[in-house]
Write a protein that binds this ligand. Structure first.
Ligand code: ZN
Length: 197
């Protein structure tokens, strides 16, 4: 006998409603959760009504309702359907409530080749501008990421003549840790941790 309460609430958190629809409690009416592969149901809240196939086919005759679903109230929870899984995955791609920022930053997008490009940055911690030195003459791109991997500044292309470069980071308003990633034309990179004070 399992209820799997945490699994049920993770389902809610990832945009699943109860199988009987968007009502909190079971009220005896049949409802739909908007997921194609979960049958219409009125919902069940007793131990596990599987033994009584007539009672679990109350909304669509001949279709056994999915009492074993985590989004049911019965105590025999053991599954999400494929449709529910897809709905949860879609939720994690959505900008609603920043759900699409829950997934970990793709660290692989930054090659771990730290010092391919010579680079020093000062001041660090910084207030609004930093000066980068050490870059050879050439064309580079620069990006600034926050600690959860959101790109907050992107400079697609800039040219240096081997002198000190100034980066205006005044659009960075929150204190904390950031990463400046510099990439040259041969895709060599350097990543420097910056602290905004
Ligand atoms: Zn619930």
């Amino acid at each position: 006998m399992t209820s799997r309460t945490l699994t049920h609430y993770v389902g809610h958190y990832l945009n699943l409603v109860h199988l009987w629809g968007n009502k909190i409690f079971i009220d005896g009416t049949c409802g739909d959760d908007g997921v194609n592969d979960t049958p219409i149901t009125k919902g069940f809240n007793y131990i596990c009504p599987l033994y009584d196939s007539a009672s679990v086919s109350s909304c669509t005759p001949g279709v056994v309702e999915n009492v074993q679903n985590f989004m049911e109230y019965s105590y025999c929870s053991r599954m999400f359907t494929h449709g529910q899984v897809q709905r949860m995955k879609d939720c994690l791609q959505s900008s609603v409530a920043n759900r699409n920022q829950l997934a970990l930053f793709k660290v692989t997008s930054i090659k771990n080749t730290a010092n391919d490009v010579a680079l020093w940055v000062a001041p660090n911690p910084f207030k609004d501008k930093v000066h980068a030195s050490g870059l050879q003459e050439g064309i580079y791109s620069a990006e600034v990421f926050n600690v959860v991997g959101q790109k907050i500044i992107s400079i697609p292309s800039f040219k240096t003549s081997g002198k000190v470069m100034e980066f205006d980071l005044s659009s960075v308003t929150n204190k904390g840790v950031y990463f400046l990633l510099i990439t040259d034309k041969k895709n060599r990179q350097n990543q420097i941790k910056l602290v905004k004070e």
